[in-house]
Design a protein around this ligand. Structure first.
Ligand SMILES: CC(C)(COP(=O)(O)OP(=O)(O)OC[C@H]1O[C@@H](n2cnc3c(N)ncnc32)[C@H](O)[C@@H]1OP(=O)(O)O)[C@@H](O)C(=O)NCCC(=O)NCCS
Length: 261
């Protein structure tokens, strides 16, 4: 996806790992950590040694150094934060992958839920206890409106969502990203990703709960007991592009806080 100001150099963000002894995740809280692309290099340097052999092999399989380093930084920070919340060494964690690609914590087995998402410029890592949790972030680019491409989103959007997109035309890029991030967050929380019949789920604004809240249903049946939110993930300072993000958590009134290194 193209974006405005491509080639502009973002100022280097500082990177200070949080003290693991001070990390705390209360019940009902969701903590969302930001990792800017400008923090990838120092994160790699500090955290690469914590990755397991299969994670290193996956990192080496990336064709581009940028993608390889991004994965190492994300996975290293994921290990660091889980280790801090659970009071164990990051390199001692055993992470496997579900048949749908979801990372699963095999050891230690606890109620810690987490979700990771990345886009060009930013990664988000979300954590909560005893729930299902999904996060998604996308970059709001200045490129073509994908909603205008014939067939785009077929099988992904429900009929109701497709109608909402049609109403938003011709400026449907924002509506598209909103539905897209919400749906990915929800399906990541459910652990399936887009491998299921994503069109069976509908996401829509929930004005009763206030701006930024949304609700979800499956085959017309409301999903209750969830906190579903759009997140303001800010902008890419160097390139001037904004990020769209969404969070889905199976807790009724979760409180969400932002954190960064
Ligand atoms: C989950 C999915 C929607 C993510 O899409 P994306 O926009 O390309 O990627 P994002 O940056 O938002 O998320 C990537 C992260 O999602 C997580 N993830 C991957 N699959 C997941 C799933 N099924 N459920 C929850 N989280 C998942 C991983 O942590 C990954 O981060 P990592 O690359 O650092 O490990 C997409 O990969 C998908 O639909 N996967 C399911 C399809 C499937 O069955 N694949 C088989 C793979 S073995």
């Amino acid at each position: 996806m193209q974006h405005d100001g491509l080639g502009a150099t973002a100022p280097l963000a500082p990177f200070v790992l949080p003290d693991p002894a001070r990390l705390a995740l209360p019940d009902g809280a969701v903590q969302v950590w930001r990792l800017d692309d400008t923090q990838v290099d120092p994160a790699c340097t500090r955290l690469a040694h914590t990755l397991a052999p299969d994670e290193r092999a996956r990192a080496l399989a990336y064709r581009h150094a940028r993608h390889r380093d991004g994965f190492i930084a994300r996975r290293g920070l994921l290990r660091w934060l889980i280790g801090g919340y659970l009071r164990c060494r990051p390199e001692a964690l055993c992470l496997t992958v579900s048949p749908f690609g979801k990372p699963v914590l095999q050891w230690p087995q606890t109620g810690l839920a987490f979700s990771v998402s990345r886009t060009d410029g930013l990664a988000l890592l979300a954590f909560a206890r005893d729930c299902r949790l999904g996060v998604d972030v996308e970059r709001r680019g200045g490129g073509p409106d994908m909603a205008e491409l014939p067939g785009f989103g077929r099988g992904i959007f429900s009929a109701q969502e497709a109608q909402a997109l049609a109403h938003a035309r011709p400026a449907s890029a924002d509506a598209l990203l909103s539905i897209w991030t919400r749906k990915e967050a929800l399906l990541k929380a459910l652990g399936t990703g887009l491998s299921v019949d994503a069109g069976a789920y509908t996401t829509e604004d929930d004005w009763r709960r206030g701006a930024g809240h949304w609700r979800a249903s499956r085959d017309g049946i409301p999903m209750s007991g969830w906190t579903l939110l759009d997140l303001d993930a800010g902008a890419d300072a160097g390139a001037g592009a904004r990020f769209r993000a969404a969070l889905a958590v199976s807790l009724p009134d979760a409180s969400v806080t932002w954190h960064s290194c």
